[in-house]
Design a binder for this molecule. Structure first.
Ligand code: FAD
Length: 457
């Protein structure tokens, strides 16, 4: 039996995972516009430091990324966060407060730390404590993350806990993000347990039984180790510097490159980012292009600054801090990279990274790289205390239109998008921001498409 010809557009983690799964079942070609594969998964090694410019890890509880690493022989390279710094600070009126222990996705699970925290007034604490008594919302209406948290836990929790934590995951606006699309597990918990606090307590007990493992996982040599291993396994099935201009139906599927070359295929997998997709399919299906274009996409930047340990006064006893919108700063969050992970900075040095941008804060991204580094150097000490002298080095990574927003109405939009895709047999869609956003969900989508193609679908 002849193997199907599959062209995968986009050599990010989604496209690579799809191609890897199909490597024996199909004649697969990955077309990647840039000189390197991996898309958002970027690692730079310099002066003994390891910088993950975009994503730095994935959620351990979602199995697809770790399973793929194991399949590629990278199992021994998987590492978790340092156990001694597994806490987060939140900025409030310019100072850092430790988030109360026992929070899961910003939802309190322990009574003591919530009672003792200075982050909330007694009234706000009482409101949160009443959460198990709040009625369950029935029906399938979509709701924003903000409205959901306010309804269950009160305004203060939305402002200072769950809003910045949950919104920050998407560099998004919690008032616009859909709780059903972005955090379906929270909706499920409300439905099943009648209370987020009770549900989280149950899941915390299960997590404790698993030995207090890290909630996040990465790779010792940096996150790009994963796409590099996939690229090695796929060999010359990958064509870099091959930007696709359009997908056409002309006596079968044809993928047209900007060079003018046309490649025939039995299946085409659209795994390019959402910002590129409308241009690829407009000639084929205007409505599909319009639907994808309707998904809002956020932009952000990360600025790394490296120091000798003695230059930074703070104890750096956490993974970093988040800054709620009300603080009105340019830095929206910071990771103390060398406290969060082992192997990211040489002994005696520290690596910090500041986040800029996100929905509603994108004006700052007009600034030059030097201006972003200056902003980080001005604002980090305001939160963390003195940082003496110049950094050993700094480096900025820009993420323009790289964070699709699953906003209210996203699930209904995705039903329409899937219906349009299904109307074109042989055309497939997977990737960031469609049916999930993080690395494990991208791999899951890419592998699901591969499974359907291998099964003859
Ligand atoms: C700043 C930032 C931090 C993040 N942090 C995390 C995190 O900590 N954990 C986590 O799980 N997720 C995180 N994410 C999300 C994660 O990066 C994505 O879910 C995932 O990397 C998306 O993979 P992808 O393959 O779908 O898309 P991409 O990584 O965007 O890859 C798509 C590829 O398609 C190529 N391409 C584009 N146009 C064309 C064309 N016309 N022809 C051919 N090729 C084309 C691009 O060059 C690119 O290589 C973060 C995202 C950002 C932006």
């Amino acid at each position: 039996m002849t193997r199907p010809r599959v062209v995968v557009i986009g050599g990010g983690i989604t496209g690579l995972a799809c191609a890897y799964r199909l490597r024996d079942a199909a004649e697969v070609t990955v077309l990647e516009s840039s000189p390197r594969v991996g898309g958002n998964l970027v690692t730079v090694a310099r002066d003994g430091f390891i910088l993950d410019g975009g994503p730095d890890s994935w959620v351990a509880a979602k199995p697809h990324a770790s399973a793929l690493c194991n399949a590629l022989g990278l199992g021994d390279e998987l590492i978790g966060t340092r156990p001694e710094t597994r806490r987060v600070y939140v900025a409030y009126n310019g100072a850092l407060f430790p988030l109360p222990e026992g929070l899961v996705l910003g939802i309190p699970t322990r009574f003591g730390p919530m009672v003792s925290t200075r982050l909330f007034s007694p009234l706000a604490k009482l409101r949160m404590g009443l959460e198990p008594m709040v009625a369950v919302k029935l029906g399938d209406d979509d709701e924003s993350v903000w409205d959901f948290i306010v309804r269950r836990l009160g305004v203060a929790a939305a402002e200072r806990l769950a809003g910045p934590l949950l919104g920050g995951i998407f560099a998004g606006d919690p008032k616009a993000l859909s709780v059903r699309a972005a955090f379906p597990q929270l909706v499920e918990m409300e439905r099943k347990y009648g209370s987020l606090i009770l549900a989280m307590r149950a899941s915390r007990k299960a997590a404790a039984a698993s030995g207090g493992k890290s909630a996040f996982v990465t790779l010792r040599g940096g996150i790009a180790t994963l796409p590099e291993a996939l690229a090695q396994a796929l060999g010359d099935r990958i064509k870099t510097r091959s930007p696709v201009a359009a997908v056409e139906l002309d006596g079968g599927w044809k993928v047209r490159l900007t060079s003018g070359e046309r490649i025939a295929a039995d299946h085409v997998v659209l795994a390019a980012p959402q910002r590129s997709l409308p241009g690829l399919v407009r000639g084929l299906d205007e409505e599909l292009a319009r639907l994808v274009e309707g998904i809002r996409i956020g932009s952000s930047a990360t600025a790394f600054v490296a120091y000798r340990r003695e230059q930074v006064a703070h104890a750096l006893d956490a993974v970093g801090f988040i800054v709620p919108r009300a603080e009105n700063t340019r830095v929206i969050a910071a990771t103390w990279v060398s406290s969060k992970w082992p192997h990211r900075a040489p002994e005696g040095s520290v690596l910090l990274r500041a986040f800029f941008g996100g929905i509603g804060n994108e004006g700052v991204l007009q600034s030059s790289d030097d201006a972003l580094v200056s902003a980080a150097r001005e604002e980090l000490p305001g939160f963390m205390g003195p940082i003496h002298g110049d950094p050993l080095f700094s480096q900025v990574f820009r993420w323009t239109k790289a964070s699709p927003q699953p906003e209210v109405g996203h699930l209904a939009r995705m039903r329409e998008i899937h219906a349009r895709i299904a109307a074109h047999p042989g055309l497939h869609l997977a990737g960031n921001g469609y049916d999930g956003s993080g690395i494990p969900d991208c791999i899951k989508q890419g592998e699901a498409v591969a499974g359907r193609i291998a099964a003859g679908g």
